[in-house]
Design a protein around this ligand. Structure first.
Ligand SMILES: [Zn+2]
Length: 346
C-alpha cells in the first residue's frame, strides 16, 4: 500500500492532476525551462534551480561555478528538465560541467542522471544511492511494461472521447505526454560513491564540501560552498514544505538538523523543496519534525491506533500554509511506525 501510495503521489503530480492550471502543463508539446524551474542566483557563481509546481523538475537542483569547472547538485525528475538545466548553465558560463552530485536516490532528484552519464560527467553520491537507485526507485517509477499498459489505456480513452469533449481530450493528451516523459527516464546509477564522512572537491580554487548526514533516506549528501556560505541540503532540508517521510528516520533527522543549524547559523540554504531559505526556515522545519515526533509519541502512549492518531492529531496552525499538505497524514503514519519499530522502507 505504501509503495502504491508513494507512486501515486508522484504519478498524479506528473500527470498534472494535483496542480490544475500549473504553468508546466500549458504546453505539453514544448517544455520550457521557465515552466519547470526558476534559476536563483544565491551568491557569486552559486545558483539554485527551484522546481515549479506541475513542471518536469519536481525537486530542486542547482549548480556551482568555480574557476575551472561546474558542479551540478541533483538532476531533477526528468531528462528533459536536466537538459534544460544544462542549457541554463551554458548561458551563465562556458566552463565545462565537471561533476554532478545526487543528494539522495529519490527519483525527483536523480531522474535526469542519464543526461550526465551520456556526457561522461561523473555522478557522485553516498554509497547507499548505488544500492537503491535502480531498486527502491521503482516505487516512484512503474516498470516499462506497466507504463506501456497505462499508455495504451490512456490512448484508448482518448480515441473513445468525442471531439466536442475538448477539456477531457486535453486532459488525456496531457496525461499521454506525461507518460511519454516518464517512459524516457532510465534509472541511472552514480559513478563515484563515498561512505559516511566528508569529501572535498576543487573547482580550481573554489572548494566544495560534500557531507553525509542521516535522516531523510539514510543515504543523503549535503553540498557546501564555504567561500559563499551556501548549503545545498537536498531533502535533508525542506523550506515551508511538509516533507516526505517514506524512507525517513526522524530520530536521526532531528539531531542532524541541530548539527546543521549549529554549524550554519548565517548560511543561505538551497533546500530540496521550497524556496531558497535562511536558518529560520530550517529551524521551522526541524521543529515540525520534533513536534510530530512528540505528538505521535503521546498518541501511542495514550493507546491510539494509527488510524485514530491520523484522525485526531491536527497539523499545528504554524504549518498549515506549507506546501505538500498531502503529506500531513502519511507523516503521522510514518512517525507512528518508526516509534513502534514497525516501519518498513523500500
Ligand atoms: Zn527525497
Amino acid at each position: 500500500m505504501r509503495r502504491a501510495a508513494a507512486a501515486m503521489i508522484f504519478w498524479l503530480a506528473l500527470a498534472g492532476l494535483t496542480t490544475a492550471g500549473a504553468p508546466g502543463l500549458a504546453s505539453p508539446a514544448a517544455p520550457k525551462a521557465e515552466d519547470d524551474f526558476q534559476l536563483v542566483k544565491v551568491a557569486e557563481g552559486v545558483y539554485g534551480a527551484i522546481a515549479k509546481s506541475g513542471g518536469l523538475a519536481s525537486g530542486n537542483a542547482g549548480f556551482i561555478v568555480g574557476d575551472s569547472g561546474v558542479l551540478v547538485v541533483d538532476t531533477f525528475f526528468t531528462p528533459i528538465a536536466a537538459n534544460e538545466l544544462i542549457a541554463e548553465i551554458g548561458k551563465v558560463t562556458s566552463q565545462p560541467i565537471k561533476y554532478a552530485v545526487n543528494t539522495h536516490y529519490h527519483l525527483d532528484h536523480t531522474g535526469g542522471n542519464q543526461v550526465f552519464t551520456e556526457r561522461n560527467v561523473p555522478i557522485i553520491a553516498q554509497e547507499n544511492v548505488m544500492k537503491w537507485q535502480t531498486t527502491k526507485n521503482r516505487k516512484f517509477l512503474p516498470t516499462p511494461e506497466e507504463m506501456q499498459k497505462r499508455r495504451a489505456d490512456t490512448a484508448k480513452q482518448l480515441a473513445d472521447t468525442p471531439a466536442d469533449q475538448k477539456d477531457k481530450r486535453a486532459q488525456l493528451e496531457r496525461q499521454l505526454s506525461r507518460i511519454d516523459v516518464m517512459m524516457s527516464i532510465k534509472l541511472t546509477n552514480p559513478t563515484i560513491t563515498f561512505n559516511s564522512g566528508v569529501l572535498h572537491l576543487y573547482l580550481g580554487s573554489r572548494e566544495v564540501i560534500l557531507v553525509t548526514l542521516p535522516g531523510h533516506t539514510g543515504g543523503d549528501t549535503l553540498v557546501y560552498v564555504p567561500d559563499a556560505d551556501v548549503l545545498f541540503t537536498g531533502d535533508m532540508g525542506w523550506a515551508k514544505t511538509l516533507p516526505n517521510l517514506v524512507d525517513a528516520t526522524v530520530n536521526d533527522w532531528v539531531p542532524s538538523l541541530d548539527k546543521i543549524l549549529s554549524h550554519h547559523p548565517n548560511s543561505k540554504f538551497v533546500p530540496g523543496h521550497g524556496e531558497v531559505a535562511g536558518a529560520a526556515e530550517m529551524r521551522d522545519f526541524r521543529d515540525y519534525l520534533d513536534q510530530l515526533r512528540t505528538t505521535v509519541k503521546q498518541a501511542i502512549e495514550s493507546g491510539l491506533t494509527i488510524e485514530q492518531a491520523k484522525q485526531q492529531l491536527k497539523l499545528p496552525e504554524k504549518y498549515k500554509g506549507f506546501a505538500f499538505q498531502n503529506f500531513a497524514q502519511s507523516n503521522i503514519e510514518d512517525m507512528y511506525k518508526e516509534l513502534k519499530g514497525t516501519k518498513q522502507t523500500g
